[in-house]
Design a protein around this ligand. Structure first.
Ligand SMILES: [Ca+2]
Ligand SMILES: [Ca+2]
Ligand SMILES: [Ca+2]
Length: 512
């Protein structure tokens, strides 16, 4: 974005430090609204993320941004798009166009990436999906044309694994991950749906994690829980769902305990690959051909989906890596997750994870700080002729100071208090006193948590006891509170009901 001299970069840094607004990119869609007769900004997502805000400028390191390579494992790319700069396309330094595999990596003339679908060196996009993603991350920015990107200084490595209708083989996805890691990508965008994940993909994702490469995965668009299926279950990946213009979870966005954060994923404007209209390919009943085209020359396209939310986060991750050299993939993931703005239910929840990502908050975050509070599931077991309810999740912090699990009847649930023998005894004993604690208040669920729990049981209570202490309720709200020694704390909430708690997939609950 800024290809001026080192002196000017330094000056911009100084001005920014004094709170003066540095130059924002001059791409027209960054400054316009109503491009398709909508009421909000054409590139509303960049505003929401605060990529080009004054606040973001004040955190600029002033260092010349190093180009971070982002591998886009998708349908390929229209790398000749007029709003994509040729120098932002990855080049394999070890390869020459001569029909030989010069660098001996098993791919002949892999100059700019690879097409794993047709097994050739041209990752051209016949769908448009991959180009849209690549444009969000690194369209040509500040060129007075079209859109701005999240990180106009990133370099895109297009790895085509999906055909024009978006179908991909597991072996191709795995091979593309290895290729990306082995050729210098620091971020991998994987916005592909898959119900079943193979050992091949699992091993490839582990390879990326072991080599300090961040994989950003889209949660999917079926409005379902992804706690136990799809690429969300790959090791080390950052799972992103979609938020809408109001900052809420988009209704189509998948959710579940593996969802980390939300990012803008509704009506996202980006590049349109030549001769493509991918929304039409899935034959949505209310879609008129070409109606997602934007701009006088139809070079732009608007689309909704968690694919594009993941691209926002991939772009953000690459920008953070450039702005804050020395951060590891884990650091970047932690920063993005921990600095997210809480939305939806209080604290970390099933539908919005840690919340909505925010670039300024991410810039300000300390990489070593974290508080992980996450309720992930409920297990029923039979023990000593009683039904025990175990609550599972994560309770950890940089300087763990303890955690508590609490329960109360679900808000809004009508709780009929059935007088029973125990209660009668109790009321006799406390004849003139109100019962304490009230069954409608938060009450401790199991013992206090004194040691961090990375993933496991946080507490358990037998059903009879739980029922008695919550006035016979059969649906509850759970709350986990995790404290750090620095005084910070984070909570997580989850709904729980009998006979089958919501959230986890069938087979994971109710087993005995
Ligand atoms: Ca080669
Ligand atoms: Ca060659
Ligand atoms: Ca542009």
């Amino acid at each position: 974005m800024n290809n001026s001299t080192g002196t000017l970069v330094l000056l911009l840094g100084l001005f920014a430090g004094q709170g003066l607004l540095a130059e924002t990119p001059d791409d027209p869609f960054l400054h316009s609204n109503g491009g398709w007769n909508q009421t909000f900004a054409d590139q509303w997502a960049l505003g929401t993320l605060r990529i080009y805000s004054e606040a973001a400028q004040t955190y600029r390191s002033g260092a010349a941004a190093q180009p971070i390579v982002v591998a886009v494992i998708d349908t390929g790319m229209d790398y000749l798009h007029p709003d994509f700069a040729a120098q932002r396309l990855w080049r394999n330094p070890g390869e020459t166009r001569n029909g030989y595999d010069d660098d001996g990596n098993g791919f002949v003339d892999d100059l700019i990436g690879w097409n794993f679908v047709d097994n050739n060196n041209n990752p051209w996009d016949q769908s448009g999906h991959g180009t849209h993603i690549s444009g969000i991350i690194a369209a040509c920015t500040n060129n007075g044309l079209g859109i701005s990107a999240v990180n106009g200084d990133a370099v895109i490595m297009p790895l085509k694994v999906a055909n024009f209708i978006g179908q991909a083989r597991s072996s191709a996805v795995a091979a593309a991950i290895y290729y990306a890691v082995d050729h210098g990508a620091q971020v991998i965008n994987l916005s592909l749906g898959s119900e079943l994940v193979t050992d091949l993909e699992h091993a490839a994702a582990q390879y990326a994690a072991d080599n300090d490469v961040l994989i950003v995965v889209s949660a999917g668009n079926k409005g379902l829980s992804v706690a136990y299926s799809g690429y969300a279950t790959l090791p080390g990946v950052l799972v992103v769902g979609a938020s809408d213009v109001n900052g809420e979870r988009a209704g189509f966005s998948n959710f579940g305990s593996r969802l980390a954060v939300l990012a803008p994923g509704v009506d996202v404007l980006s590049l349109r690959a030549r001769d493509t209209d991918f929304i039409g390919l899935s034959n949505p009943p209310d879609y008129a051909e070409g109606s997602a085209f934007v701009g006088d020359d139809d070079h732009y396209y608007r689309a909704s989906g968690t694919s594009f939310s993941a691209a926002m986060v991939s772009g953000m991750a690459s920008r953070l890596l450039a702005e804050r050299p020395g951060l590891s993939a884990d650091d970047v993931q932690r920063i993005i997750v921990q600095s997210a703005l809480d939305v939806g239910a209080e604290g970390v929840d099933q539908t919005s994870g840690y919340g909505r990502v925010d670039y300024v908050r991410a810039l300000a975050a300390a990489p070593e700080d974290y508080i992980n509070a996450r309720l992930t599931g409920v297990d029923l077991t039979l023990r000593d002729e009683k039904v025990w309810i175990s609550v599972e999740g994560v309770a950890a912090a940089a300087r763990f100071a303890g955690a508590e699990l609490a329960v109360r009847p679900a808000p809004g649930s009508v709780v009929v208090v059935e007088p029973d023998k125990k209660k009668k005894k109790k009321s006799k004993r406390n004849k003139n006193k109100e019962e304490t604690p009230s069954p409608y208040d938060w009450q401790a669920f199991g013992q206090g948590i004194e040691q961090p729990v990375e993933e496991g049981e946080l507490g358990s209570v037998d059903l009879e006891t739980l029922s008695a202490m919550t006035a016979g309720s059969t649906s509850w709200e759970l709350r986990l509170l995790v404290r750090d020694q620095n005084g910070e704390q984070r909570e997580s909430r989850m709904a729980m009901a009998l006979p089958v708690p919501p959230g986890p997939a069938p087979g994971e609950v109710g087993r005995e």
